[in-house]
Design a protein around this ligand. Structure first.
Ligand SMILES: O=C(O)CCC(=O)C(=O)O
Ligand SMILES: [Fe+2]
Length: 260
């Protein structure tokens, strides 16, 4: 059973493809994922194990978490995005702390700047997913943020699900200079699932950023996407204690609107 599931892409239904990285040939797996979602780039080993642990330790030592929303703990730097009242940004007095600067610079320089599109990173949100019930619902990041969204993963591996959307108007052709508002998009039903490795970097540009929604489902729903062997696929063992699950993500974006 497990052997069968260890192939890279599982066709769960006609529209859902599950991609679990690193089980076969990681390079061809990544190539195939990047070809399926235009604008998506995945760097599984962006941070070394030591760099990932040092970063997580720093976050834990600072312990600045906010409990503003019920679905997970968050922490925002640079600008505060108001989740509770339909968006809206407020500039924070404090600068983005220095411990994040080396990572920000590496992301901005990635592949000679071809991955990170101007302007510079000016907003960072940390999300903490713990136990069975924490999540982020499917969404496209606010258009108050710029063309690139970069997500670093720390802690335990974590399932992300990407949902394809397409313009409702069959004559509308999407291009990066003409962003179509979410109310003018509809779901195609196609989903891609990816288990994000600790230390990995996921970069969303183009269609991946503006046409595909992304979500971190509650851990209690992962079986639906990964099948019976979900624990082995996600965590490498059926013995993993799901109650001890903890993953911290850092989402880096630029603010492209005037903020009062
Ligand atoms: O935790 C993640 O990987 C996703 C976070 C996210 O989508 C966001 O902050 O907008
Ligand atoms: Fe997001």
């Amino acid at each position: 059973m497990l052997k069968m599931q260890s192939s890279m892409q599982l066709q769960n239904s006609s529209t859902t493809t599950t991609t679990v990285m690193g089980l076969e040939n990681i390079e061809s797996e990544i190539k195939s994922l990047e070809e399926s979602i235009e604008g998506l780039r995945y760097f599984p080993d962006f941070l070394s194990e030591k760099q990932s642990l040092d970063l997580l330790n720093e976050i834990d030592e600072r312990n600045e978490w906010e409990s503003e929303i019920n679905s997970r703990r968050t922490l925002q730097y640079g600008y505060h995005f108001n989740y509770l009242h339909g968006g809206g940004l407020r500039k924070l007095q404090e600068e983005i702390p220095n411990y994040l600067k080396p990572v920000m610079e590496r992301i901005e320089q990635l592949e000679d700047g071809s991955c990170w599109h101007y302007p510079q990173i000016s907003q960072i949100i940390l999300n903490e997913y713990k136990g069975l019930e924490t999540y982020i619902s499917k969404h496209i990041d606010s258009l108050d943020f710029g063309p690139t969204v970069a997500i670093i993963s720390l802690g335990d591996p974590c399932l992300i699900v990407l949902h394809e959307r397409t313009p409702k108007d069959p004559n509308a052709t999407w291009n990066a200079n003409e962003i179509i508002p979410i109310q003018n998009l509809q779901a195609t039903g196609k989903k891609m699932c990816l288990v994000l490795k600790p230390g990995s970097l996921l970069v969303l540009n183009g269609k991946a950023r503006y046409l595909w929604q992304h979500e971190i489902p509650k851990q209690c729903l992962w079986k639906k996407y990964l099948g019976e062997s979900w624990k082995t696929l996600a965590f490498g063992s059926e013995d993993f204690d799901e109650n001890k699950f903890r993953r911290v993500s850092l989402t880096m974006r630029s603010v492209v609107v005037q903020v009062p």
